[in-house]
Structure formats: C-alpha cells, structure tokens
Design a binder for this molecule. Sequence first.
Ligand SMILES: NC(=O)c1ccc[n+]([C@@H]2O[C@H](COP(=O)([O-])OP(=O)(O)OC[C@H]3O[C@@H](n4cnc5c(N)ncnc54)[C@H](OP(=O)(O)O)[C@@H]3O)[C@@H](O)[C@H]2O)c1
Length: 235
Amino acid sequence: MSVNADSLSGRVVLLAGVTGELGSHVARLLRARGARLGLLVRKPRQVAEITQAFAGEGVLVGSVGPQDSEGAAGFAKGVADSLGPIDALIATNGAFAASTVGKEPSGELAELLEANLLTVATLARAVVGPMRRRRTGRIVAVGAAAVEQASPGLANYLAAKAALHRWIVALDRDLEGSGVRALAVLPTTIDTASNRQTMPAADRRGWQSLDAVSEALVACAFGVPPAGPLYRVPA
Ligand SMILES: NC(=O)c1ccc[n+]([C@@H]2O[C@H](COP(=O)([O-])OP(=O)(O)OC[C@H]3O[C@@H](n4cnc5c(N)ncnc54)[C@H](OP(=O)(O)O)[C@@H]3O)[C@@H](O)[C@H]2O)c1
C-alpha cells in the first residue's frame, strides 16, 4: 500500500481507544505529525488522565459510552465545530478473551461484541453522514489476523472480530462511490507491554510493533487506500 502520510498538519482525526496501548501510540504519532485530535475514552473518569497526557492546542478529549449514539454525535459535532471537519475516524478500541465456551464468564461474548464491534459502529454512525456530505473521509478500525486461523479457545473473541470484519466490508460496499471508505487493519500479535507480561516465554518473532500497526492505521486513514477493506499488516 502506498503511503504518503508524513505531514498531517491540520487534518482532523476522531481517535477512540486512546487509553489503550495502541490507541495512545497512535495519538502520539498523529500529534507529532500535526493532526488535530478528538480523543475518546469510554468513561468520564478517564478524561482527566488523557487530557493531562495529550493536552494542547488542537486536542479535545471526551467520553462516550460504547453504545451512546447521541453522545457520539455530540462529541463529533463539537470536534468538527472547533477543530474542523473530521477527516478520519480511527477506532483502536477492542478487547480480547481466551476462554472455553460454557466455562467463560457469563456475558463475555456480549462484552467482546461491544468492545470490538458496537463501539466502532456507534462512532461510525456519528461521522459517516458529514463525511458523505463532504464526499471524503475514512473510517478505520482494528480487526485481527487471527480470525483467519480459528485457534482453539478463542470462539467468542474471533466471533466478535469476524463480526467487525464483515461489518466493515459491508459498510465499505455501502459507501461505494461516496468518496468515503471503511477499512480494518488486521494485525497479528502486537508487541505490547501487556502481551510481554502475559506471555513472557512466547517467541516474539511473528509479533508486530506498535509502530508498524500505527503506521498501517495512519496509512489507511490518509494514504492511498488498499484495494480491499481488510488490510493485513505486513510481517
Ligand atoms: N494486542 C494485540 O496483540 C492485538 C492483536 C490483534 C488485534 N488487536 C486489537 O488492537 C486494538 C488495540 O489493542 P491494545 O493491545 O492496544 O488493547 P488495550 O491496551 O487493551 O486497549 C484497548 C482499548 O479498548 C478500550 N475498550 C475495551 N473494552 C471496551 C468496551 N467495551 N467499549 C469501548 N472501549 C473498550 C479500552 O478502554 P478502557 O481503558 O476503558 O478499558 C482501551 O482504550 C484492539 O482492537 C485489539 O483487539 C490487538
């Protein structure tokens, strides 16, 4: 995929999942390149911490619950009014669980669907109308390459990510000819502090760096888009 995203000066991004490892990495990268940011957390009590971490000109922080369509629309409007029209939604939020169906905590599948699909859909609804009207924009989410492997113990997680993939593919199809694209970046295992801690003995050779995954997200948001809506981060 061809990428020309060195300077994002003045471009406006709605970025979700910013309390997470990937989301905070993407926030730092976008800021370093001059983007204006609407940063989203899911709980009001997280706003102060993120404001402290990323405060500055051209940054707004807000909280929107995973299924709060009204809140999402309100925050998106506030961002557009004060920072400019939103060029891209980058939704890095998501959750993982390894479990055996029947032995997993009650409600796990619903929680995974909320974290991996419903939050993305809620935010996409808030930005897609204005993007259609401007005939430009990108909606970019984070899927998982693991969906293609069907590893044991991951039924609920893989179902949630697979649902996200199909939703993105269908949305991208709906948007055909509109100037707007919907895309998902599909990493393998990311080299995060959390993964290092929970899998200390793992062979990390196949893991992907936070930089590589972040660059793939920025490329999907601002570069020449990949041919299809599901973009596998190169090894
Ligand atoms: N780490 C990997 O190896 C890996 C591999 C493939 C794909 N991915 C995907 O990459 C993305 C980022 O991963 P990460 O490692 O940075 O994860 P992370 O550090 O656990 O961050 C996850 C983010 O998602 C948010 N979130 C969790 N549950 C949510 C819910 N129900 N509703 C809304 N937001 C929710 C978290 O918010 P709170 O702080 O409020 O919990 C946090 O901001 C995720 O989509 C993940 O599935 C990760």
